[in-house]
Design a protein around this ligand. Structure first.
Ligand code: HEC
Length: 489
């Protein structure tokens, strides 16, 4: 009886398993995360030669000290050998996670797939950096000759801004959060820019300044801040200066705790008008266990006066904030989302946005029979990060491309970010519900601009054997018609 029943089930089981293997080719589950270990001998170096002074201190200065210094937001300072030494084994462990939840520095681009070396302000560690850190720790983390240490990392006023001293700093209203209170969500009003002419913004960085002492460590990103995140826009002030004229509204990328600053490409600066104001329309604030008074500052750098952006029309985003179905207690759930590009499109930034179950997101371009994986990124909901493509590496996608994002969710108990692995969760704004959006942005190109961009990109490729994953038509024959749209004579 029993045997016959299970035999009858076999074909169904076979179907079930084959569907599983095609739908989930990548094991992104937290339990499967592997550290990235390297052998220093593969880099023609001797492990015993690696010292703090010669090799490790420069890595820390480049990739860690912006946060791991007094007042920098990291839980401990790595300014000197004595401060670093006790952390050596933990440094090796956290850096070897590389692109997975928990990795340091927080930057999760997978380096073995898609567009590599294509991002602005990339402070991630190379294979050699990791090999050196690992050899150094395994050899007892020696200091080496202190005379060889790089000049000390000097913290100046401007270092509060990772992109350097801004041209304009706008200051938001001061707010107090009690030590313990429910989260607060609301409109914080407007902040006039005082601009007397239109200016285009090259970068904008939002920072919270508060009265939490610099030396008060915190083991979470949010422990030192009261703003969880905030969406804001800008526009021209009404005559009485109390609101923004709706038709003049310009959207800005979101501010989130732990997120990196926004940089706009030379071709796509964003407008801040004369007589404008920021509207801090939706702030989410939280209590951190200590009564805290703080405010946000917006550090803005402008393009020179007279600058005009080449691209002003935004392309679509992929995302599904509503229709999500995330099962409880299951690693490796794969969700897909796509949009068909109606215009030639240049992808300027990729910003995976998931909630606590999120562990990975990939961005793919499907063109004809080919699927191009543009990038895959690990995800840690403690750190939301954006990845801004360098202008000459940004994907150039023809109209008709299917742009697809794939999200990987892990609701097993192995995911430390999860409040409760037992419940089903759909889409929603709270972190216990889900989101699946690419918050990055793209611009649309005319046919002429598209051909121009591809011609420039071809110049950077050695020959037809060199292949640019973000540019499926780079080597396609250029159509022979008048691109400027003029007449033939
Ligand atoms: C953008 C800011 C930032 C950068 C850059 C950064 N860290 Fe961190 N680091 C943090 C914060 C905040 C935490 C605590 C929260 C967490 O663990 O995610 C942390 C935690 C750590 C920890 C764990 C401490 C513990 O208590 O176990 C180690 C080790 C560490 N960082 C090492 C590094 C190293 C090494 C680098 C550079 C290669 C680096 N970090 C770059 C902000 C940063």
């Amino acid at each position: 009886m029993i045997a016959r029943n299970s035999l009858a089930l076999l074909p169904i089981l076979a179907l079930f398993f084959s569907a599983q293997t095609t739908a989930q080719p990548h094991d992104a589950s937290v339990a499967a995360h592997q550290p990235h270990y390297y052998d220093i001998a593969d880099f023609d170096m001797q492990g015993s030669d690696i010292t703090y002074a010669d090799h490790v201190a420069p890595i820390l200065q480049r990739s860690c000290l912006q946060c791991h210094r007094p007042g920098g937001g990291g839980p401990m300072s790595f300014m000197s050998y004595d401060e670093v030494r006790p952390w050596a084994p933990v440094i090796m462990y956290r850096t070897a996670m590389r692109d997975r939840m928990g990795a340091m520095p927080p930057w999760y681009i997978e380096k073995d797939i898609g567009i590599t070396d294509g991002f602005e302000s990339d402070y991630s560690l190379s294979d050699l950096d990791l090999a050196m850190i690992q050899a150094w720790v395994q050899n007892g983390a020696p200091r080496g000759n202190p005379a060889n240490e790089p000049p000390p990392f000097i913290v100046t006023e401007g270092d509060d801004w990772t992109l350097g001293e801004p041209d304009l700093v706008l200051v938001g209203p001061e707010k107090i959060r009690p030590a313990v209170a429910p989260d607060w969500w609301g409109d914080l009003g407007i902040v006039p820019t005082g601009l007397t002419e239109d200016r285009y913004v090259q970068s904008i960085e939002v920072k919270e300044f508060n009265d939490i002492p610099d030396d008060l460590g915190s083991s979470t990103v949010g422990g030192r801040y009261i703003w969880h995140h905030m969406t804001y826009s800008s526009g021209i002030l009404s005559e009485d200066g109390t609101y923004i004229l709706p038709e003049s509204r310009v959207g800005w990328p979101i501010h989130e705790v732990g997120r990196n600053a926004d940089q706009f490409a030379d071709s796509a600066g964003r407008l801040l008008q004369a007589n404008s104001a920021l509207h801090l329309n939706a702030a989410h604030m939280h209590s951190n266990g200590r009564e805290t008074t703080g405010h946000l500052e917006f550090g803005i750098k402008f393009f020179p006066i007279g600058y005009k952006p080449k691209y002003t029309t935004r392309g679509p985003r992929t995302g599904n904030g509503i229709d999500l179905d995330v099962l409880p207690g299951r690693p490796n759930q794969e969700l897909r989302n796509s949009v068909i590009l109606q215009e030639h499109t240049k992808i300027m930034a990729f910003e995976p946005h998931l909630h606590a179950p999120g562990v990975r997101m990939c961005l793919e371009a499907i063109w004809g029979h080919n699927v191009f994986t543009l990038n895959c990124v690990g995800y840690d909901h403690n750190w939301v990060k954006q990845y801004i493509y360098k202008e000459d590496k940004a994907p150039l996608l023809p109209k008709g491309t299917i742009l697809q994002t794939i999200a990987y969710m892990d609701t097993s108990a192995a995911n430390p970010n999860l409040a409760d692995p037992r419940n089903w969760a759909g889409g929603g704004r709270r972190s216990v519900s889900n989101m699946f959006i690419d918050l990055g942005y793209s611009v649309t190109m005319t046919e002429e601009q598209f051909q121009e961009e591809m011609a420039a990109r071809r110049e950077t490729l050695a020959d037809r054997n060199e292949y640019d994953v973000g540019c499926p038509l780079c080597w396609a024959p250029v159509p022979e018609y008048d691109l400027a749209g003029g007449s033939e004579d």
